[in-house]
Every structure is written in C-alpha cells, then in structure tokens.
Design a protein around this ligand. Sequence first.
Ligand code: THU
Length: 134
Amino acid sequence: MKTLDDLFEAAAAARQKAYAPYSGFAVGAAIRAASGAIFSGTNVENAAYPVGTCAEADALAAMIAAGERQIAEILVLAESPEPVMPCGACRQRIAEFALPDAKLHSADPTGVRESIAFANLLPRPFGPRNLGLE
Ligand code: THU
C-alpha cells in the first residue's frame, strides 16, 4: 500500500537523524493526518535524561504546528526483539488526536511487523470529554 510505504519511509528518514547517544535506541515515527499529509519525528535525548522526547511526541508536534488535528495512522520504527509500541505517555498524547479508527503500525528496518487499532493500545483514555469539552 503506497500510503503505508510513504509512512515507513518518512519514519525511516527521521530515525536516521535520531539524537540518542545515551540509550543508543534510535526511533522514528510518522503520522498520516486526516488530510493525508505526513509528519515525522525522531527521539531527542538530553544529558538531563528525563528531558528527552520520544519520536511520537515530535511527530505529533510537527502535525499540530502544521495546523492538523486528526491522526489517521501512526507508524513507529525501531530495531527491537519485539515490535515497539508507544510508551504510556505517548499513548495519551496520541489519544488526544486519534480518529476513532486510527491505526498503529510497528515497524523495524525491514518493514512493518504489526498493525493494530490504536484504540486497543489505550482503551478508555482520559480525554476532553472528562473536562466537559467536545
Ligand atoms: N522512545 C521513543 O522515541 N519512542 C518509543 O515508542 C519508545 C521509546 C525513545 C525514548 C528514548 O530516547 C529511547 O527510545 C529509549 O527509551
């Protein structure tokens, strides 16, 4: 599928730029927004370890900065013994903007290993409705 290939390539290109000198774990992420536009990000670590950011958070920030608000698909790419899934904090970040049927793809450098519904990764998230919004 062309769209998925495009997402993979965007995540792979971003991952090449990872700044991960402390963990040595390079991650790339790419989001396809509702318009079809793709936004990518990579992890940016810091000598003050907790200040580092995840690839998913950076891709999301790029999407928001471009004026988009809805995630159709997100792909995470890393080299790991088992498919990498977003950390808990990033699941919450993604949930804020994920369309109800948003897909999560987990890839390694050889290709997509697993595709699941994002809703299965974070069922019943805390969200704007809890604050009386939407
Ligand atoms: N990391 C991500 O960027 N995304 C994930 O889904 C998992 C973890 C980063 C954070 C840190 O820079 C490194 O991977 C090791 O945890």
